[in-house]
Design a protein around this ligand. Structure first.
Ligand code: SF4
Length: 261
């Protein structure tokens, strides 16, 4: 089964949250454009009537531009189809709308974690819809959080994941096996700074990242325009402690994005 066919219902609900917040953010931007344009019109009219017309034209262009972007983003999310500017639209979603949605969501009773979750899901859907040029294995990086390692394990896997002695007590063992069988690069990061260094060193074309909502969101944001497909870790013992990941989900992502011979 292809990755795009899995978990349709939870995905649909996360998509609805994202689209709803996107619509509200858009409405807010429109109100700001309208109020700003109106205030500018009053002030500029005193200076020169021509300036009023110029301000109205600028506000009109901003309205058309924002409407076009939002409509394209919503359509590409709903239909999960690649549109001509899917890549740039994903960028705008990440850089412009996500920070606004993180502010707006909690004020509407939607926890920040749910906003981030819906963002990660939407980012993933957009990557799948734009997945025409697959990634060669040597340019794919599987980036893992340090908390996947068993807390009492003494092996220093952040300097080199292959220091793992493959005892099978945590997911690292299976993930190394996956990386070896697909011939991709794999690394562990303790935080954003190390993650950025790993990305600089490996120069991947694409990243499949495992982490919590907060780290995935900031990772996707920081590494744009590099595509990052996010997979959430499971936290049965609480955050940052002996976390787990569904390795089948990781393998499905690899099969979806890797170029096969
Ligand atoms: S598989 Fe074993 S050796 Fe490797 S990181 Fe996990 S606990 Fe440590």
């Amino acid at each position: 089964m292809n990755i795009s066919d899995r978990n349709k219902n939870p995905q649909a609900s996360r998509k609805r949250i994202f689209i709803g917040l996107l619509g509200l953010t858009f409405a807010l931007i429109m109100v700001l454009i309208f109020v700003g344009g109106w205030i500018a019109t009053i002030g500029l009219n005193h200076l020169h009537p021509g300036l009023t017309i110029a301000a109205q034209i600028i506000a009109g262009i901003a309205f058309i531009f924002s409407s076009g972007i939002i409509s394209a983003l919503i359509l590409s999310i709903i239909f999960e189809k690649e549109l001509p500017f899917t890549h740039k639209i994903r960028g705008l979603g990440i850089k412009l709308f996500l920070p606004l949605m993180e502010i707006l969501g909690p004020r509407l009773g939607i926890a920040k974690e749910r906003v981030r979750n819906s963002f990660i899901e939407t980012n993933n859907r957009l990557l799948i819809s734009g997945n025409r040029h697959k990634t060669p294995p040597e340019r794919m990086l599987l980036l893992l959080p340090h908390c996947l390692q068993m807390a009492d394990c003494q092996r220093r896997i952040t300097t080199n994941i292959y220091n793992c002695k493959r005892c099978g007590k945590c997911n690292i063992d299976n993930l190394i096996t996956l990386a070896e069988s697909y011939n991709i690069r794999i690394a562990v990061a303790t935080g954003g700074t190390l993650a950025r260094k790993i990305v600089r060193d490996h120069k991947p074309k694409m990243i499949i990242a495992v982490a919590c909502e907060r780290d995935l969101t900031s990772g996707i944001h920081d590494t744009f325009p590099l595509p990052v497909y996010g997979i959430l870790n499971q936290r049965p013992e609480g955050p940052c402690w002996n976390t787990l990941v569904d390795t089948t989900e990781v393998e499905n992502a690899l099969q979806t994005f890797l170029k096969t011979k």
